[in-house]
Design a protein around this ligand. Structure first.
Ligand code: SF4
Length: 278
């Protein structure tokens, strides 16, 4: 959605990097820390915590992540349960082949069962070609090496690798999907003309390189995009960022001002003249 005015001098895009620890100090938008704090206060008041219920092994975690992409949580949970019931060991899934995997996923319901079955089987095949069906060796690898190993696997792109690094390996990766991308554009942190890949690199450069900061911004940002800053009908009238967001004036109703902010957010209000938070 177009912004109200051309973005005001966004931070210069940093060069792509392999690891947050090697990123030079970038120019961070003046609202970045406040936005991050408000999102965390709103959606993760206790701070980010490791996801519960994650599979025990990294390979299982990666397959669970693949099932969750472009899928509902409920459908991915059903497909995951069906896979685990039919294939207690991934060697059995490899032997069953892509058609067997597809049948199992299809019976469990949910979309993209054909492409996910082929994706998962190709992944298992690639691991089998080079050693055991395991990714546990990643635990001993540095962030850049672990990312490179993941992204070398069939069908595993930067986003999937970032999710595995963040949630299964507790590394300071920064997964950026559509909700965070949209938020950055609406806050005029980045120009509308940037590609999604450039926005991903930008987030990687400006977000503090700690697991907590990145897990918090990812989880809270996704929830904010799903619940408030939606693609079609953003709820600027109840958004905790409305006084910081240049897009609120054109996307929101005539009476802006967050109502979701609780007492815990009182100290996070911007001192600027546009501050209209309760
Ligand atoms: S004020 Fe509106 S456009 Fe801006 S972040 Fe909130 S919901 Fe999104």
């Amino acid at each position: 959605m177009p912004a109200r005015r051309p973005p005001a001098a966004p931070a210069a895009p940093p060069a792509p990097t392999q690891s947050a620890s090697t990123v030079p100090a970038p120019s961070v938008p003046h609202t970045f820390a406040l936005v991050s704090a408000r999102l965390q206060a709103q959606y993760l008041p206790g701070g980010p915590a490791p996801r519960t219920g994650r599979p025990e092994t990294l390979l299982s975690g990666l397959i669970r992540t693949i099932l969750g992409q472009q899928n509902t949580r409920a459908a991915a949970d059903r497909q995951w349960a069906a896979l685990r019931e039919r294939y207690p060991r991934w060697e059995a899934a490899l032997l069953d082949g892509p058609d067997g995997l597809e049948g199992t996923l299809k019976a469990a319901g949910g979309g993209l069962h054909r492409s996910k079955a082929r994706h998962i089987h190709a992944l298992l095949q690639a691991l089998d070609d080079t050693g055991p069906l395991s990714l546990e060796g990643l635990r001993d690898q540095a962030d850049a090496a672990a990312r490179a190993r993941l992204e070398a696997l069939p069908g595993v792109g930067r986003h999937t690798a970032s999710l595995t690094l963040l949630f299964d390996l507790r590394r300071a990766a920064m997964p950026v999907e559509g909700n965070l991308d949209r938020l950055a554009r609406r806050l005029e942190w980045v120009p509308d003309g940037w590609t999604a890949a450039r926005v991903v690199r930008w987030f990687d450069a400006v977000t503090p390189p700690t697991w907590a900061a990145r897990a918090s911004l990812h989880v809270a940002g996704v929830r904010h995009g799903r619940e408030i800053c939606t693609a079609r009908h953003p709820r600027c009238d109840i958004c905790v960022l409305s006084d910081l967001c240049p897009s609120a004036a054109i996307l929101g109703p005539t009476r802006p001002g967050p109502t979701l902010a609780g007492p815990s957010l009182a100290g996070l209000a911007s001192p600027g003249p546009a501050s209209g938070r309760a």
